[in-house]
Design a protein around this ligand. Structure first.
Ligand SMILES: *Cc1c(COP(=O)(O)O)cnc(C)c1O
Length: 347
């Protein structure tokens, strides 16, 4: 792999205690091209803009997908990835659905570890601080022919991250727009899935919510997920989450939370959840907690939700499962506890 390093790090120009997530990037990036049926010219070089043709098919047909993962620094300056091969497998699945070539696992892991080693001084220690890593693939053939591209680029960029959302998150259960449909691309981290969410999310924001809880596109009867997070519900002493299907993204945080909850002895059920079930549980007081799970937020407690112009507030409880599970997950990610599941990967 070709490696070109920056002359002087840009880190001194940035206030790492005060920045908007996703707006600043580390010194280097990884780029690899796909041409004539092969991945060629893997390269780590200074983070920079590049030129691409106006006819590049990604602009016209949205053939692109991405991943989101994090690296964490422990107290001894060691850097750890969390289940990175899961991210690789998922980008291969997403790519397949979007008729894009698989990026090889070995090259993915090599590029990832080299890039993080080079930019590791961008990762701050301490729970809450991390490096957000964004691998992505896009169609780069210079053609507006409406077929899949012959050329692609695979890239990795990295952004320092601290705690994502703050608190007091309220969500709206959506009963008219849909994020994904049966047979569609909802399970893939397709770039276009996000584009389609912005408009309905803006409408929800105007009503005072931060995010949307998506429901099934056929009848808006079953809970799906929250667009950037999978969802968990605690009804009395049972933790519920919906099974993944082709309209729900198979979150790596979600599956980790399920494993941790089981290990903690919490009763966990993976089954379809009806909106009506949540509403009755909220009314009767049986609904104790809702939280989202995702790489960016880790675990995000939700304080209330709206459905058909009625607002429901969750009780403030002691012994929150969201807080417990977040701590257990963070302890593994930051090498604070042991790692019974073998999830950590040293960089
Ligand atoms: C990425 C993503 C998630 C969370 O997945 P993680 O692997 O836990 O980060 C949930 N929903 C959607 C739609 C996503 O794109």
């Amino acid at each position: 792999m070709k490696i070109e390093k920056i002359k002087k790090s840009n880190i001194s120009k940035i206030d790492l205690n005060n920045f908007a997530f996703g707006s600043i990037f580390t010194d280097h990036m990884f780029v690899c091209s796909y041409k004539a049926g092969q991945w060629v010219n893997p390269e780590i070089k200074p983070y920079q803009s590049f030129s691409i043709s106006p006819s590049a098919s990604v602009f016209h047909y949205g053939q692109a997908c991405f991943e989101g993962m994090k690296a964490f620094k422990d107290d001894n300056e060691k850097v750890w990835l969390f289940r990175p091969k899961e991210n690789h497998q998922r980008i291969v699945k997403s790519s397949e659905r979007l008729a894009m070539p698989a990026f090889p696992e070995e090259l993915f892991m090599e590029a990832l570890t080299l890039l993080i080693k080079i930019d590791k001084h961008w990762i701050k220690k301490g729970v809450g601080n991390s490096l957000y890593i964004r691998p992505f693939i896009f169609a780069n053939q210079e053609s507006i022919g409406a077929t899949e591209s012959t050329d692609y680029k695979f890239m990795i960029i990295c952004a320092p991250a601290n705690t994502y959302y703050t608190s007091n998150v309220r969500v709206k259960i959506e009963d008219s727009y849909s994020r994904a449909s049966k047979g569609g691309v909802g399970f893939a981290k397709a770039a276009g899935n996000y584009a389609a969410q912005f408009y309905p999310t803006n409408l929800a924001k105007k009503e005072g919510f931060q995010q949307i809880i998506w429901t099934d596109s056929s009848n808006h009867e079953y809970i799906e997920e929250a667009g950037t997070m999978n969802l968990f519900f605690r009804i009395n002493d049972t933790l519920l989450t919906a099974p993944t299907n082709d309209s729900i993204l198979d979150g790596i945080t979600r599956k980790s939370i399920i494993d941790l909850a089981k290990k903690e002895g919490l009763k966990t059920e993976i089954r379809p959840i009806k909106v009506s079930e949540l509403i009755s549980a909220a009314k009767s007081g049986d609904l104790k907690e809702i939280f989202g799970s995702g790489t960016a937020v880790v675990v995000l407690p939700i304080i209330g939700f709206g459905y058909k112009n009625t607002n429901y507030d969750l009780p403030i409880i002691e012994n929150s499962w969201a807080i417990l599970l977040k701590k257990k997950l963070n302890d593994i990610q930051y090498n604070i506890s042991n790692d019974p599941f073998n999830w950590r990967h040293e960089v």
